[in-house]
Design a protein around this ligand. Structure first.
Ligand code: M6R
Length: 615
């Protein structure tokens, strides 16, 4: 939800900022802009509606001896996605310039007060209000930039990550965060690069500081960073070394990040298990939650909280935990949970699932559960993210950076971690027969190879995509643990192809959706051998009787469904509890190929952003 980058130091900021914006573009792509400052304090701002490529064209051949710069790629919240509303925003006097990720909730009250004082606004944004508010506080208090930002933010309600420059102090930057992420990269030559995540930073330095909630930092090239809290407490920053490579952030020959990430799944699933599972020794070790295992086993229930794909992973987790560990589980949307006064007791365990670790609704739901005394666990992909830091304990997914807006490898990594957790708890609780436990461990270790085999079905999936790319609607059906997989398949298709798609438990079809079925309705059915196979065969018959087109995901060698379906995509046999890890792959590929054939911008689908840091 908006990406911000800043650079101050001895290098030319322009390529650093543009490259940084490109790496953050997944966070929003409604408009892009940058502001440069030279050593005399002159400021130049360039901004445009559209993508970073448009900004790049705008600044082509515009050489300037800038010493610092800030840049922004926007996902519009307040005001239309046009050039005027694009960041950076400059204060009325022209002294301050600022980029912002987040939402200032009390902006209209602040704006009204500023208008009364004679301030004028060009844009509809909350950000232009913020920069003028800081300017006003600075004028009235006579304080320096750092102190003025600190004072102003104390009166701001909402979420923000900001970078501010003041023309009176060329090269100096003040950064602050609350609710939106911000990372400060500390260069060897005393320069600083700031960004919403580590991706723009890693090619410059691996030493970073993840700014904490309610912290501000003063950055001046050649000088040590000063970090304080909003309440003016001095913080000794604990620096982190990034475990990230440039290669992980490149497409490496794939046409899109999404395709690369789909193909990375044998590796990312393996990495999510590496060092945690040992089938030979019949052991699972989850270091992150080890000291909480008894607490979890004694809990009354587990609540999974997430949004979008992560919510689907939570639903899969619900089946896994209930089946294997016999612990009652409820799965909740972060957005619903936080606003419905949920009943949470200290003997509840709440698991927050999030690729980014920054999703506002998931984070708020977790904070609420924490206030009510629940134990919080996190399943996050981004190391050092807010959810990872605010939970009591957790297990990282180790999927590597996911850049495509549509979540793919993060989902299978989340399901892998949930499977490990359910198995470990079931083992400790004695709710899984030893033989099944050992088989599941063995089978889980085989999953990466089996995903590899599913990926080899890509040509068949492309043919199916070609045949149905012009369909107006799709239905996805699954039963049991594959019901959430149907939901996930439908979400993948709609978000990147813009074709309407719905996922349903197969048996629910009779209660309404069957009315939609005719010869124009492709129905994707997950019909693997073990889970309720006969029941799903009956559902397929019902679709066929109404001329629906059946695309079935079946277990290798299946004859019965193959005889009924219009198309079959085979996946290797596995324990039913592990089929989501395999059945998801063809659905990701189907969505991908349809979207590409329709000419969609697969990695940056319209209206979406990768990291939803606003509610
Ligand atoms: O970073 P998170 O996992 O918390 O993100 C949650 C959703 O915003 C995300 O899964 C979204 O639904 C994706 N676009 C799905 O592909």
């Amino acid at each position: 939800m908006c990406g911000i980058v800043g650079y101050t130091g001895t290098e030319n900021p322009i390529p650093i900022l543009i490259d940084g914006l490109k790496r953050l573009e997944y966070r929003g792509y409604d408009s892009a802009g940058l502001a440069l400052m030279n050593k005399s304090g002159e400021i130049k701002v360039f901004k445009t509606k559209g993508k970073v490529a448009d900004l790049e064209k705008l600044i082509e051949n515009k050489e300037w001896d800038a010493v610092a710069g800030i840049a922004h790629t926007r996902w519009a919240t307040h005001g239309a996605p046009n050039t005027i509303n694009a960041h950076p925003h400059v204060s009325g006097s022209g002294d301050l310039v600022l980029v912002h990720n987040g939402i200032i909730e009390n902006y209209s009250i602040l704006k009204e007060a500023l208008i009364q004082k004679g301030y004028h606004f060009k844009s509809e944004t909350d950000t232009e209000v913020l920069v003028n508010f800081i300017e006003d506080v600075k004028k009235e208090s006579g304080k320096n930039l750092f102190e003025s930002v600190q004072l102003a933010l104390k009166r701001v309600v909402g979420a923000y990550a900001i970078v501010v420059m003041d023309k009176n102090f060329p090269g100096q930057m003040v950064v602050a965060r609350k609710g939106s992420p911000l990372v400060v990269g500390i260069g060897k030559d005393g320069d600083y690069i700031i960004a919403s995540d580590a991706a723009p930073i890693v090619s410059h330095t691996k030493t970073v500081y993840y700014l904490d909630e309610d912290e501000l930092a003063l950055l001046e090239p050649g000088k040590e960073m000063m970090v304080k809290t909003l309440d003016n407490k001095l913080v000794t920053p604990s620096l982190t070394e990034l475990d990230l490579t440039i290669e992980q952030l490149e497409k490496e020959g794939f046409e899109h990040f999404m395709l690369k990430e789909i193909y990375e799944q044998p590796r990312s699933v393996y990495d999510s298990m590496r060092g945690r599972i040992n089938a030979e020794k019949k052991q699972i070790k989850l270091g992150g939650i080890e000291s909480y295992e008894n607490h979890i086993l004694e809990s009354d229930r587990i609540i999974m909280v997430g949004c979008g794909t992560s919510w689907h992973a939570g639903l899969v987790g619900e089946y896994l935990f209930e089946e294997l560990a016999r612990i009652p589980v409820e799965t909740e949307y972060g957005s619903e949970f936080r606003y419905r006064n949920p009943i949470i007791k200290p003997r509840d365990v709440v698991i927050g699932i999030s690729q980014s670790g920054e999703t506002a609704d998931t984070l708020a739901a977790l904070r609420l559960a924490k206030e009510k005394g629940a134990l919080l666990l996190g399943i996050c992909n981004v190391v050092g993210s807010s959810i990872a830091r605010e939970t009591h304990a957790g297990v990282y997914t180790h999927a590597g950076p996911e850049i495509g807006v549509a979540s793919t490898k993060a989902f299978t990594a989340q399901v892998t971690v949930l499977t490990l957790m359910a198995l470990r708890l079931g083992y400790l609780k004695g709710t899984i027969p030893q033989e099944r436990y050992e088989n599941l461990l063995q089978e889980l270790e085989n999953v990466p190879d089996k995903i590899e085999q599913v990926l080899q079905k890509d040509l068949i999936i492309q043919q199916v995509a070609r045949e149905y790319k012009n369909a107006k609607n799709f239905l996805y059906l699954g039963r049991g643990i594959n019901f959430p997989v149907a939901l996930e398949g439908a979400l993948k298709l709609k978000e990147i192809s813009y074709i309407h798609a719905e996922g349903y438990p197969a048996a629910e079809m009779k209660h309404g959706p069957i009315a939609l079925i005719d010869e124009n309705m492709p129905v994707v059915v997950i019909a693997t051998k073990k889970g309720n196979y006969d029941k799903i065969v009956s559902n397929i018959m019902e679709i066929k009787a109404r001329d629906g087109k059946i695309i079935a995901i079946v277990t290798e060698g299946d004859q019965q469904v193959a005889g009924l379906a219009d198309h079959v995509i085979e996946i290797p046999e596995s324990d039913e509890m592990l089929t989501p890890l395999l059945a998801t792959i063809p659905l990701q590929l189907l969505a991908y190929h349809i979207a590409v054939m329709l000419g969609r911008d697969v990695d940056k689908p319209r209206n979406l952003a990768k990291s939803v840091t606003v509610e």
